[in-house]
Ligand binder design. Sequence first.
Ligand code: ATP
Ligand code: MG
Length: 597
Amino acid sequence: MTDVRDDGRSRQAGAVSSHFIRTIIEEDLRSGRHAGRPWRGRPGPLAVQRDAPVDPAPIRTRFPPEPNGYLHIGHAKSICLNFGLAQEYGGRCHLRFDDTNPEKEEQEYVDSIVEAVRWLGFEWRDDEEDNLYFASDYFDWFYEMAEWLVQAGHAYVDSQTAEEVRANRGTLTEPGRPSPYRDRSPEENLRLLREMRDGRHAEGTQLLRAKIDMASPNLNLRDPALYRIRFATHHRTGDAWCLYPMYDYAHPIEDALENITHSLCTLEFEDHRPLYDWLLERLAEGGFFARPLPQQIEFARLNLEYTITSKRRLQALIASGAVDGWDDPRLTTIAGLRRRGYSPESIRLFCERIGVTKSDAWIEMSALEQALRDDLEPKAPRAVAVLDPLKLVLENWPEDRVDDCEAPAHPQRPELGRRRFPFARELWIERDDFAESPPKGFFRLYPGNRVRLRYGYVVECTGCEKDADGRVVAAHARVFLDSKSGTPGADAYKVKGNLHWVAAHAAVDAEVRLYDRLFTEAQPGAGGGDPLDSLNPASKKVLQAKLEPGLEAAAPESRWQFERHGYFVADRFDHGPGRAVFNRTVGLKDSRGNPRR
Ligand code: ATP
Ligand code: MG
């Protein structure tokens, strides 16, 4: 199986291994750490949860995307992890839109995220609960808690300019300098905070900060910002607020409101964990939450070679016009992978294989591709496609005679039945299956050579026709009428070449889109460069192909193995009655010389 590089070690893909997060959860379940906490069936602080029934979920996880773009393969790792663990331990996973930042968020992204998570095979709704949440629904609670923090002396309104705040923050080697406003009285702070909420201060003039430790070696604890003023319209709350919470303030509260037990995030938040814990401890002291509080656990983000997994960079790529939108099949967005022909099962398999670790690594694209092949090999029905068609004329086959040929839908799965297609005097074969003067080792069609037309007859090449420019426009052959596959004596013909073909009169004309890597560099934009500088100019090729007649009726999104060519999907949007459009998902084998099984 594919070797994936992970954690500096090479690992047997497919060997499902446990990981440190499972270990933590199992230990918590054994000790009963989270047992008995109340749950009203909906989020809320202790005032809501008190005296509620015991939470039926032994663990709660969440997937908390910010709706500022489409999800990508990196998010799939997080989705599979969070939803997968909840499933495994009989718990629940919430889909929470972390929509606390008014400027970049849109309904279109919310809809696309809902669709992507469902398509991957996960669900947040069951008979008892519908765990779809929006952080913006918690704005009143966030604010109420901020007032309490101010009154308890844990937060203050800072009136320094943004530059002053930055300059006084210190560095990794120098402590920060306290703001001159740090010792304002709780009363003054409360008055200012309310004025901020009421829109009486301009953007950037006031900031609500936690009062922790300006000398902490962890910069995140040097009085981090909790709330800032933004006169912006929010996609759900409109103009109700001009005060918006910072991520580090909102996120732990969201988790606690939702009874989350294990809050999984990527490693860059490791240094934020002390703030996460500090805030929840204070709010527990204030009576907003009961212990045990949610626990933040970090894991390595997924980096995949030859692609980008950052919404910001994806935005820039799309804005540049280099690709055709968020669902361009060359992108490793979930929407792009889906359109490319990836199955949800293959993406889940990939996520299981790469595992969960504590150290960042780059995963080879071949690991994702191999997961797809492994998923589709036993499932995808076979069909024939001639991608670069050349006419083959069988000189001794009667003009009007049409023969029926048949083949298994899947060589290892007879239960999938058989496909039938006609054989006639004029056929399409691949242009590169014919050579007028064969190079050494060429055993397909060339004058004087015999090949088998798969599931049909053995033919012997007699020559070719050319146009005025010397280009071959048709190959010619004679057919051995007693050589039909499956008939007695057919095996007497010994040939080396076995070509695929489609009868010209019955072939389906199709647009076939071949995709290659979008970038020429393994780590586009790493080292500070612009990923747009390493775009592969030949990442998309469109062909006019000839397909086996049965494919006329292929459903959009149906996946096929085109014999000798690879896995293809009927395009989700462009394929339909009267117009056949197929995308190549991946070739049959790794053409880049990477090891495969
Ligand atoms: P981006 O940089 O693409 O915007 P993000 O982390 O800002 O990513 P969010 O919407 O905030 O995107 O992420 C939602 C969840 O998905 C978070 O819990 C985040 O940790 C996780 N996530 C995002 N990217 C990856 C990745 N490459 N690998 C694993 N998890 C990821
Ligand atoms: Mg983010």
